[in-house]
Design a binder for this molecule. Structure first.
Ligand SMILES: NC(=O)c1ccc[n+]([C@@H]2O[C@H](COP(=O)([O-])OP(=O)(O)OC[C@H]3O[C@@H](n4cnc5c(N)ncnc54)[C@H](O)[C@@H]3O)[C@@H](O)[C@H]2O)c1
Length: 258
């Protein structure tokens, strides 16, 4: 395979976009796309709104892979914002990628596409720190095959994005990796009890994204973006098997600093 070189990052002005450019900037020829104009752009940026196809289409020309991060990332986002920024925007990203002959899209999905599972036992107890009679090594893991069970408008939009990716993969041969990302924050550590289970460190997420850009073969797949947390309840075996994911971090190491 020709090594991936030209990578467009949508939502490039956000938290994960910034981390990507800092840590993988020397390995890929990145360009960015965001609605806002950054003060000190680390890479060449197109300023445009993903919900307006004509203002962003050109950014996809000559690109090998797209990392689609651009969205209203608030899990409580209202429909009025989710519709343009998550649904229309994500459909436009897949359509523009197909039209431009992009090989692969790495899509930032979310655990919230399946968030209702977390309210079932034993996850509901783990997320509030009630570990009574639970063995962390024997928690049934929520994996990439579970039923879609979104927990809000944002979760619905992420499920829509996964479905859209599946459509473009099966019908147009676009390669699509969906990452159901857990909790990635600017502190880069868990800051609440639930996050002891759901945290994903910056370096573990970047490793996952990097593997999604380079793994062969790939048609359509779904992986959880979570560190190797002691109380994690999302599966990482599938990412280990398919991507060779080797997480380096464990939220438990930060329990005393909560
Ligand atoms: N951080 C997390 O814990 C987490 C968890 C699960 C999923 N995700 C997903 O990962 C992606 C990146 O997350 P983040 O934490 O960097 O978010 P962020 O909010 O920091 O960045 C999102 C970026 O997208 C841009 N954007 C929003 N709407 C746009 C539009 N219509 N056109 C162009 N750009 C637009 C914003 O300006 C922003 O710079 C998001 O899709 C988010 O839903 C994040």
């Amino acid at each position: 395979m020709t090594p991936v070189r030209k990578v467009l990052v949508t939502g490039s002005g956000g938290l994960i976009g910034g981390a990507l450019f800092r840590d993988l900037g020397d390995q890929f020829e990145f360009t960015g796309l965001d609605v806002g104009t950054p003060d000190n752009p680390q890479v060449p940026i197109t300023v445009g709104d993903l919900s307006d196809m004509e203002s962003v289409r050109k950014a996809f020309d000559g690109v090998d892979c797209v990392i689609h991060l651009g969205a209203d990332s608030n899990q409580n986002a209202l429909w009025e914002s989710v519709l343009p920024n998550n649904l229309i925007a994500t459909r436009n990203v897949f359509e523009a990628s197909k039209d431009a002959g992009v090989k692969r899209v790495v899509y930032a999905s979310s655990n919230h596409a399946v968030g209702m599972h977390e309210l079932d036992d034993p996850y509901s107890r783990i997320r509030r720190g009630d570990y009574d009679a639970l063995d962390p090594d024997n928690i049934p893991q929520i994996d990439h095959t579970v039923q879609i069970r979104p927990d809000g408008q944002y979760g619905i939009s992420k499920a829509f994005g996964e479905a859209t990716g599946a459509y473009y993969a099966e019908n147009f041969g676009l390669e699509v990796a969906c990452l159901r990302i857990g909790t990635v924050n600017s502190d880069n550590r868990p800051v609440a009890v639930r996050q002891l289970a759901t945290w994903c460190s910056h370096r573990d997420l970047l490793q996952l994204i990097h593997r999604c850009l380079e793994v062969e073969p790939l048609q359509f797949d779904i992986f959880y973006g979570v560190s190797n947390n002691k109380w994690r309840f999302w599966d990482i075996d599938h990412a280990r098997d398919v991507l060779g994911y080797r997480p380096e971090d464990n939220g438990e190491d930060y329990r005393n600093s909560l």
